[in-house]
Structure formats: C-alpha cells, structure tokens
Write a protein that binds this ligand. Structure first.
Ligand code: ZN
Length: 120
C-alpha cells in the first residue's frame, strides 16, 4: 500500500474541508442576516441558514476523521481496522481514505447504529 498517496489525499481533504467549513459558516450567517433584514421573514432565512450549518457540521465530522486518519499515518497504523487490526481493503481506502474500519466492521457498525435508533 502506498501510504504517501493516502497521506497526500488526506492532507488535500483537510485543506478543502477546512476551507469549505469556513465558507459555509460565513455564507450561512450572511444569508440569515441579509434575508431577515430585506424580506422581514426570518423563518425562511433561518431554515436556509440551519441547512447550511448542518452541512458544515457534516464537513466538520469528516474533517475530524481525516485528522484522526493523518494521526494513524504518523503512528504507522493507517490502513488497518481499529476493531481487529486487520487490513482495510484498498478499494475502500481509495473511496473513503479516512475510514478507520474494514468493510466488515463498517457494515457491522452501521447495523448497530441503525438498531440503536429509537423506534416510536
Ligand atoms: Zn475490521
């Protein structure tokens, strides 16, 4: 596995995501202030702003995972599953370079996460 290749991708992602988070935070705020001021209907602007904040939050989540992955590059544990220490599929790393789980454990976690969702 070519660690340098993934490290470079992670560094690029870190840069892109931080820039996007800053932009979205600014844009979300600007939108809220402008529309509330012009239209006098704060609820619509509020909705738009909160959607963008949610997107920014998602980016912040991924950014955190990208940084964790860069930490694993430094530790020499990048590319191994944090559950069982087994190798993560290269195809998977190519698609999601920040993933800390092999396909098997990622799927298991997904199932667990969805079964934890409270049903009413
Ligand atoms: Zn695993």
């Amino acid at each position: 596995m070519n660690i340098q290749h993934y490290k470079q991708r992670l560094l690029d992602l870190e840069k892109t995501l931080s820039a996007r988070i800053r932009q979205e935070a600014d844009h979300g705020r600007g939108e809220f202030i402008d529309s509330a001021h012009d239209v006098g209907d704060a609820s619509v602007a509020d909705e738009v702003a909160s959607e963008e904040f949610t997107e920014a939050e998602h980016n912040a989540d991924v950014l955190q995972q990208v940084r964790d992955a860069l930490g694993r590059v430094e530790d020499g544990t990048f590319g191994t599953c944090i559950v069982d220490g087994g190798p993560i599929e290269e195809q998977r790393l190519e698609a999601v370079p920040w993933t800390p789980h092999c396909l098997k454990h990622a799927q298991r976690l997904e199932v667990e996460a969805s079964s934890r969702t409270p049903t009413l």
